[in-house]
Write a protein that binds this ligand. Structure first.
Ligand SMILES: Nc1ncnc2c1ncn2[C@@H]1O[C@H](COP(=O)(O)OP(=O)(O)OP(=O)(O)O)[C@@H](O)[C@H]1O
Length: 294
């Protein structure tokens, strides 16, 4: 992590905090059953993500068991936990893929996530990166980003549509950010695993999400790629809110080393087992027993 990137992250956080946070639509009723305009989440009085007492059962087995969790706007929150702790199920609830049996889930103070379908959650400003990269292998890096910029416009139309200067600049800025500026004409299928992961993150960034959910983003990456990914995430912190689920403790270390007080959440058996700085949770006896000490 270079001092420049750390400074960039700090600046981005300041800019984000200075951004007007109140929904243009305004009011709780504004989001119920309506399409939500991206970038209008209301965090004036609270967190950007609020999960309260969420329970998800599969044939009587509680994958999430009264899970409560909040994430503040601009945070980079790491979520760790052993296999089966409920991390993926939690992301499925946030993105509308799984409906809980009980509990509440809010994006800002007004957007009730449990009333939105998956595509509406994405439109509201929540982007999700699954573990495996799913880029369009036959297309170039640039074309992949171009498609992502188009959102849900039809693919062919998106690729024949002339880009505006501002759109080109946006793609260019993302290319620099994801370290693929030199590879823009390369077919995505020819990229390394790590580069494909960055491209997919770049595709999410084209939609300018407020909240990014990242499921094991460095699985299968080389040490160098992992380090670059940590730098990328730290540069996004503040401007975006990031929730990173990860098993790789060296990556968690890299994500928290600029600020040792940064919160890490440990999930176990569908609830929060511990939360606090990495050092605090690593020293927690319950955590050592169920996870770190295994
Ligand atoms: N559709 C399903 N049907 C039945 N059980 C499920 C289903 N989805 C998840 N589970 C169970 O719920 C528990 C939590 O799963 P989940 O995938 O959320 O955990 P995780 O923390 O993401 O694990 P990992 O680190 O292995 O990805 C597991 O015991 C899993 O087997």
């Amino acid at each position: 992590m270079t001092p420049e990137l750390m400074a960039q992250g700090a600046l981005a956080r300041q800019r984000m905090l200075a951004r007007p946070a109140v929904s243009a639509a305004g009011g709780r009723a504004a989001t119920w059953g309506r399409v939500v305009e991206p970038g209008t989440v209301d965090t004036t009085h609270g967190p950007i993500l609020y999960l309260d007492d969420i329970t998800v059962s599969f044939d009587g087995f509680k994958a999430l068991n009264a899970l409560s969790l909040t994430v503040e706007r601009g945070e980079l929150r790491c979520i760790i936990g052993p296999n089966g702790a409920g991390k993926t199920t939690m992301m499925d609830v946030i993105t509308g893929k799984t409906r809980p049996d009980a509990g509440r889930a809010f994006f800002g103070s007004t957007i009730d996530l449990l009333r939105l379908r998956e595509n509406a959650v994405a439109r509201a400003g929540i982007g999700r990166k699954f573990q495996k990269p799913s880029v369009f292998e036959q297309l170039t890096v640039f074309e992949n980003l171009e498609l992502a910029l188009a959102g849900d416009r039809r693919a062919r139309a998106a690729l024949t549509h002339a880009l505006s200067e501002a759109q080109r600049e946006r793609i260019d800025a993302v290319l620099v950010r994801i370290h693929l500026r030199e590879q823009l004409h390369r077919q995505a299928g020819a990229l390394s695993h790590g580069q494909k992961q960055w491209l997919e993150i770049g595709m999410l960034l084209m939609q300018d999400p407020l909240l990014l959910l990242l499921d094991e983003p460095v699985a299968g990456m080389t040490d160098e790629e992992t380090e670059r990914t940590a730098e990328l995430f730290l540069s996004l912190e503040g401007e975006h809110t990031l929730v990173v689920v990860e098993h790789d403790m060296s990556f968690i270390n890299a994500l928290t080393r600029d600020n040792p007080a940064k919160k890490v959440t440990v999930l176990h058996e569908g609830s929060v087992l511990a939360e606090g700085s990495l050092a605090t949770v690593q020293a927690n006896d319950k955590v050592i027993e169920v996870y770190l000490g295994r």
